[in-house]
Design a protein around this ligand. Sequence first.
Ligand SMILES: [Zn+2]
Ligand SMILES: [Zn+2]
Length: 499
Amino acid sequence: MSIHWADVIAEKLEKSGPHTIATGITPSGPVHIGNMREVMTAEAVFRALKDRGVDVRLIYVADTFDRLRRLYPFLPESFKEHIGKPLSEIPCPTGCCGSYADHFLNPFLESMERLGIKPEVYRADVLYKQGKFVEAIKTALCRRDDIARILKEVSGREVPAGWSPFQVICTSCGRTNTSRVTGYDPLNETVSYECDCGSRGVVSMRGGGKLVWRVDWPARWPIFRVTIEPFGKDHATAGGSYDTGKRISEEIYGYPAPYPIVYEWIHLKGVGAMHSSTGVAVTIQEMLDVVPPEVLRYLIIRNKPEKHIEFEPGMGLLNLVDEYDQRKGDDRALQLSTLRASGPFEIPFRHMVTAVQIARGDEAQLFKALQRSGYDISRREEILGRAHNVEKWLERYAPDYVKFQVHETLPAAVNNLTPEERQALGILADHLDNKTAAEIHDQVYAVAKECNLDSKKFFQAIYLAFLGDRQGPKAGWFLASLDREFVKERLREAANRKI
Ligand SMILES: [Zn+2]
Ligand SMILES: [Zn+2]
């Protein structure tokens, strides 16, 4: 059996500990599951190192001091005036919390908790205001030319005249993209500037501005003694910010760059790569409405970071939950994804889909339906959590063919079936074991042929037995999405109906 990717990394790095694994996400928009890959990747390696007895920390630096780059589609027009200001200094877009940064950071922190990820959390604006970056800022300003040379050598781009590794927040207009550094005073720890808005002045190195991204990133490595860091492939391109960061870290800050773990994007099937800036995203909250947290962990942890994940929130999601619950995947990936000691969830998600649609929002009915099928209903809270997941899934992602109103008992309309049709339903019940949706579909045709029935009539008989109606979703897929035992029982019941 192959070793899990997180263990491969842990094995490679265990001797060079203690370790600090850093993650960092800019809360400029709704945090989506693509972003979640960063913290999840870090967490898997964190667990793998811990399992080997290595002293390891996991940190998350929220880039709250980054500036708003443009008017994202989810922002009101009035936010145009905030472009260029640090996210921590912009009001909340809906007025519900302290700042723009908090508005997107808080739900993300909550989601991380639900996903069992517990990093030490730092906010970049607080770190800057506390003066944690002062020495790094002085060094960067003093060695501005060396940094400019590294940037040119590695990225091939010459920095513009007047470029500075430090961006001042203009005290008048609040922007960092319109100001220019005109000098600095390392003794008083201040930077002087002028701005397009006409303002000029002096700011403190403690919160008066920040290092530009390509310097900010390596500057934090020695501050936190970072030794391992996952980052998206956009930072990993040749001449990209990891390449420049590595040289800046080593040559300017005298600190070895962390071990890089490059991760690929998560694509939403049929839509494309998720980016919060384009609105093509499923937020973590939306995802956790639909997917149990340990399954969301599993989605990410089972894949090597360098492998892109095609996420299909329709039937793909259903299959994923089953794979997790039924322990069909890689053992170590399952173990690294597990959150509870209570063991696997026994009720198949497909059966939850049936039970929830039978119960139609009635809790007591739900438990009754589950019990009737022979399931243990003692883990009530987990069952209700899963039922909530299923309800939301049906609402948002489920394909039409899984949506139905299955009759709780055999519909009376079955009385109208011919004895041949009823007999055929019984034969179908005997041929359902270990069949996929497509195979069941073929089986329906095969049984119809065997019994000399018109296949269209036979499909109608099936729908009548379950839905009390002559039409329904594509039969093979419909039957496959129901609990198999339930389907067999219902077909036999219809077959044995005495009229
Ligand atoms: Zn808010
Ligand atoms: Zn200004």
